[in-house]
Design a protein around this ligand. Structure first.
Ligand code: 26M
Length: 816
């Protein structure tokens, strides 16, 4: 599949990394005397890329037509070089150049084609699929601009475009793989010779999808899977050519730009749906290109259509790819001539749908007029799907008239809306949530009626996980090495449950010391990074308290910063002697706010202003520092996650579907302060409740408390009132800047900031106490690490494979 001219170019530096100076010089077209870190990165990346290609080709040739397809609008991959080196097993090669490997790796820009948890989960799953030898492809969009780069200017977030493609050695354009995608147009009906009605969607605008492939290497296996990203281009039809020649240059160029706009930029919203037409275009463009690709490959196998679901499993990462359901139905009925029921049976057995949120504002709906305009045939098909579905519901529940309007895929509002989650449920054979509590919640709240209709078995849980290759071995090589020294090798990177064997060392003096030294070194690394980037000196011996994730009211960074202010006021009220006795702390925040999310931006501003005041208060010194790390992303997380003593996962109970950074922090030897939400609950069950700091109201009580707020007003906690008074006094700059933040608590407190405040502060006090006893603390952290085996993404993939995809691994024959 690789074009010939590329093959010859690559031959020059294949097989062994660059063994000699000439290889390197030809690869980069520059002399070694002129080699800086950027050049060293370029050369190393190209050399390792070549190693991957060989296995990649072998893998793709050996795979039969059976495999799984993962449709995700987001893949938050981070850097590739370190991972490529780990998987090829030759991390040392590049040292010859005389650079520190860390610096060379550090040159690479993140592939940041995602917002947060959902996109990173897709990336971890690709790593596990390849590492476990599952034949699987990812399908996504090749955004020219990934998630924006965040700068903090005068304490405010400023968004800078992320143009990441100027040197990307990890992608391969497949000039021969293109798909023409139609938008708009009309539907023509006619009866064929057998009197069967046929629908033709025609006269639309055509945009071409170009494939770019990214190799996904597995760890300790030659299996190298494929991530295919689609890029939009104007269709090079004669029409445009004519326009150009007849002097309509401007129109011709304008059409081109319009087409390229589709894959131009990632929507920077996390857990928020805004129903923009361009977003719907992105979704259809990518679904249609991917399905065309999948169907084309299946047809090469010459198998009967009924075999389709046995050969192919398509997993929908949230509702973003739900248009793939009517699109496959359209292909089967309109293009391939299957009857409706046969086609529908194939569709349902092919798709699985993963839900990542219960929050109303994140549940996708598209207006009927918009779909009508953009995808007229799909709207007809969606209506037909709904008709069949509602007829079934009516037959099954003849007495429940309300049921029909509650579960209808079409919401009878003005304008009418298509409920994408309902379409995804109806069009899939399995629906899963991403942690036990979350999977229970969807069954009892937003999808309750569907459980009645389809039964319990259609709904299942697959608790999220993370790849231990990136999140333990790469991010924390020293800890990985220490564990390997006790376990007699690195097998745990592929079977994370083996970690349980280090429980035996929780009381071992030497092991504890080594473990503690590693944590201290990781904290020092982060302290150096903070010094370089913010100019603030933090003491690595202080307790590092970290909350890094997208900024969102439901994640409650406001609770954290109010708690920090509370602590600051308490410190100010103490005598110098008393203050000296307090456990020194560094409160670290990081995360991006969606550009249109005003409240989230206020939170960022408050954190920065509190930092400015606290960090410059000579009375406070090391007792408290407040840091905001700019532009939090995957590669920064690799420095941050190993450096925590405590990390914060404090969402209002019932709102965070799972969380995955909670897993990263514990796996790296930090403890959690958290609510009974998402995967925190299962983490507690695995590591023991004595090794986690839980607080706050439970999910089952949240509704009642909100109700109470509405009817009786919000009760503001005394401690929180003092914090608000300090903010209103202008202590952190003009208080108008923060009034939105305090008012929402006073008016509704939808996120229970006040209701949970006291418990939150008390829990932090008990953390201070616990941290004083370093031996006991080490005992807890070592046990916690030892018990994290369950949270590997490898376990997730095995569960999906067995419960949803019904597939087995396919090992490559070595030297085959
Ligand atoms: C929707 C419409 C328009 C534009 C953007 C969106 C959108 C983008 C991302 C909606 C939701 C998005 O992500 C949701 C998400 O990241 N959910 C998280 O998924 C993780 C993996 O399962 C969980 O661990 C987190 O708890 C959950 O919040």
């Amino acid at each position: 599949e690789i074009p010939d001219e590329q093959k010859t170019a690559w031959k020059k530096h294949t097989a062994s990394g660059f063994k000699n100076k000439e290889d390197f010089e030809t690869t980069l077209a520059r002399s070694l005397y002129n080699c800086d870190e950027g050049a060293a990165y370029g050369g190393t990346a190209l050399a390792f890329r070549d190693r991957l290609i060989i296995d990649w080709n072998k893998t793709q040739q050996s795979h039969t037509f059976a495999d799984q397809k993962h449709l995700s609008l987001e893949f938050l991959m981070g850097r590739a070089l370190d991972n490529a080196m780990l998987n090829v097993g030759l991390k040392d090669v590049a040292r010859d150049l005389g650079f520190r490997m860390e610096d060379v790796i550090g040159i690479e820009r993140d592939a940041a084609l995602g917002n947060g948890g959902l996109g990173r989960l897709a990336a971890c799953f690709l790593d596990s699929l390849a590492s476990l030898d599952y034949p699987a492809w990812g399908y996504g969009l090749r955004y020219r601009y990934g998630i924006f780069k965040q700068e903090i200017i005068n304490g405010y977030q400023v968004e800078v475009p992320d143009y990441w493609l100027d040197f990307n050695p990890w992608e391969f354009p497949r000039h021969d793989v293109t798909v023409d995608i139609q938008f708009y147009g009309n539907v023509r009906k006619y009866n064929d010779d057998n009197g069967r009605q046929v629908s033709v969607w025609e006269n639309g605008e055509i945009v071409t999808a170009n494939a770019y492939d990214v190799p996904i290497p597995g760890y300790n296996t030659p299996t190298t899977n494929n991530l295919r990203l689609w890029s939009s281009k104007a269709a090079s039809g004669e029409f445009d050519f004519q326009k150009f020649n007849s002097g309509e240059y401007e129109q011709s160029v304008h059409d081109q730009m319009r087409a390229e706009t589709i894959s131009a930029v990632l929507y920077p919203n996390d857990n928020l749906d805004r129903g923009k037409e361009l977003r719907l275009k992105q979704q259809y463009f990518w679904c249609a290109a991917s399905l065309h690709d999948i169907v084309r490959r299946f047809k090469k196998s010459k198998k009967a259509w009924k075999e389709f679901p046995n050969q192919i499993a398509i997993q929908l990462n949230d509702t973003h790819p739900t248009l793939a359901i009517p699109e496959l139905q359209r292909i089967l009925v309109d293009n391939e001539g299957l009857d409706w029921d046969t086609a529908w049976n194939i569709v349902v057995n092919t798709f699985g749908y993963t839900n990542h949120t219960v929050m109303a504002e994140a549940l996708e709906k598209w207006s009927v007029p918009l779909i009508q305009h953009l995808l007229p045939r799909h709207l007809e098909i969606i209506y037909e799907i709904n008709l069949h579905f509602l007829q079934y519901v009516e037959r099954t529940f003849p007495k429940d008239r309300d049921m029909l309007s509650r579960v209808s895929i079409v919401e009878e509002s003005n304008p009418k809306m298509i409920r994408m989650a309902f379409l995804a449920i109806v069009g899939s054979h399995k629906v899963n949530g991403v942690a036990e509590l979350h999977s229970d919640l969807i069954k009892t709240t937003i999808f309750k009626d569907f459980v009645k209709i389809y039964g319990q078995d259609k709904f299942t849980n697959v608790t999220n996980g993370i790849t231990p290759r990136r999140w333990l071995h790469q991010a924390n090589p020293k800890l990985s090495e220490l564990i390997a020294s006790k376990l007699g090798g690195y097998d745990f990177l592929k079977d994370l449950t083996l970690l349980h064997k280090i429980e035996a060392y929780a009381d071992d003096k030497q092991f504890r010391k080594a473990f503690q030294d590693i944590k201290y070194a990781n904290k020092t690394r982060l302290a150096n990074y903070i010094k370089e980037t913010t100019g603030v000196s933090v003491n690595p011996a202080a307790l590092f308290d970290i909350q890094v994730k997208r900024i969102h009211e439901y994640k409650r960074q406001q609770l954290n910063i109010f708690g920090v202010i509370h602590r600051y006021l308490a410190l100010k009220a103490m005598s110098p002697e008393e203050r000296k006795k307090m456990q020194p702390r560094v409160s670290i925040f990081g995360g991006k706010a969606a550009p249109g999310y005003w409240m989230a931006k206020c939170i960022i501003h408050l954190v920065n202003e509190v930092g400015r005041v606290v960090n410059n208060d000579p009375e406070i010194g090391d007792a408290l520092k407040v840091i905001f790390i700019e532009d939090y992303n995957v590669s920064k997380c690799e420095i941050i996650a190993p450096a925590s003593d405590i990390s914060e996962h404090i969402s209002t109970a019932g709102t965070e579907a799972s969380g995955t950074s909670n897993m990263k922090f514990v796996l790296n030897g930090g403890l959690i302060i958290g609510t009974c939400d998402g995967a925190n609950i299962e983490i507690t069950r695995e590591i023991g409740e004595e090794n986690i700091f839980l607080f706050g109201n439970l999910a089952e009580d949240v509704e009642d408390i909100r109700h109470q707020h509405t009817y009786e007003g919000v009760l503001i906690d005394d401690g929180l009132q003092k914090v608000f008074d300090a903010i209103h006094s202008g202590m952190f700059g003009h208080s108008d800047e923060f009034s939105a933040l305090t008012n929402t608590v006073v008016n509704h407190d939808h996120w229970l900031t006040s209701a949970d405040f006291e418990a939150y502060c008390k829990t932090h006090d008990s953390i201070d106490e616990a941290f004083k006893d370093q031996e006991a603390w080490l005992h807890k952290t070592i046990l916690a690490v030892a018990r994290m085996g369950f949270f590997t993404a490898d376990r997730c993939i095995e569960e999906y494979a067995e419960m949803i995809w019904n597939v087995e691994p396919q090992k490559l024959k070595q030297n085959g």
